[in-house]
Design a protein. Structure first.
Length: 116
């Protein structure tokens, strides 16, 4: 009697084919934030809400702040509050880095504001 050939089980799913012209799958939020922040030119700043908008998640400004704490190799100092102030916890270091890039700032200690 001949040996039985193995066949694929009928429950196996075939890989889904992408339809031409279908929109691309959105990036995970951390990767979208990374790209948005890395796209900020040297010497310029963006607010947390602007970065959230560029990352495809309008209204996720707090999420941007959370992601910036964990992401590596991103220029986090280019992201500021919407009112132009720096977050007090990192203000001194952030001000130092922004000044090195040519951004004009007013203030001292933990209270800094970007001059527009």
């Amino acid at each position: 009697m001949p040996a039985k050939r193995k066949t694929a089980s009928r429950t196996e799913k075939k890989p889904e084919r992408k339809k031409p012209g279908s929109p691309p799958k959105p990036l995970p939020f951390p990767e979208a934030v990374r790209r948005a922040v890395r796209a900020i030119p040297r010497g310029e700043v963006r607010s947390y809400s602007q970065v959230a908008l560029y990352a495809g998640r309008p209204g996720a400004a707090r999420g941007v702040g959370r992601e910036l704490k964990t992401l590596e190799n991103v220029p986090w100092w280019r992201v500021i509050r919407a009112d132009g102030t720096l977050a007090p916890a990192v203000a001194v270091e952030q001000a130092r880095r922004l000044k090195a890039e040519g951004v004009r700032l007013d203030g001292e200690g933990p209270l800094w504001r970007v001059r527009r």
